[in-house]
Design a protein around this ligand. Structure first.
Ligand code: FES
Length: 141
């Protein structure tokens, strides 16, 4: 796609950026703050990502302990996360294909999701995702 960013303007808060795309006009790219708890490392990492990315991409781009082996093709299960219960209503509902993949993943519970299937939205701002202690790459079966 011919993506010439002509102008970027920092808006009201540091978290909102407006880009001008010649073909599409103004597109608002908002930053969202997410937290990732890693029980293996014993650390919570706070990252800022663009709305529209996936939770898997947010973790990988920030060098957190998430493999995301299939790159978001819903075929590995290595992007498994536990979603903060407080944000259960904000996270989009799980689709059948994701449910099927989670059945094969390790250490799942009611809050389990695949990070590659969750698109980050502004209303997820502040959400916490916990990484499982282990994952199993289902592509290697
Ligand atoms: S990255 Fe492979 S299922 Fe999500």
């Amino acid at each position: 796609m011919d993506r010439h960013v002509k102008e970027s303007i920092l808006h009201q808060t540091v978290c909102t950026v407006v880009f001008y795309y010649p073909k599409n006009g103004l597109i608002v790219v908002r930053k969202v703050t997410l937290h990732f708890v890693d029980p293996i490392v014993g650390k919570t990492s706070t990252v800022e990502v663009e709305e529209g990315t996936t939770v898997m991409r947010a973790a990988k781009d920030n060098n957190l302990r998430m493999e995301g082996a299939c790159g978001g093709a819903l075929s590995c299960g290595t992007c498994h996360v536990y979603v903060d219960k407080e944000y259960a209503d904000v996270i989009p509902e799980i689709e059948d294909e994701e449910k099927d993949m989670l059945l094969l993943a390790l250490e799942t519970n009611k809050t389990s999701r695949l990070g590659c299937q969750i698109l980050v939205r502004k209303d997820m701002d502040g959400c916490t995702f916990t990484l499982p202690k282990s994952t199993k790459n289902l592509q290697n079966n």
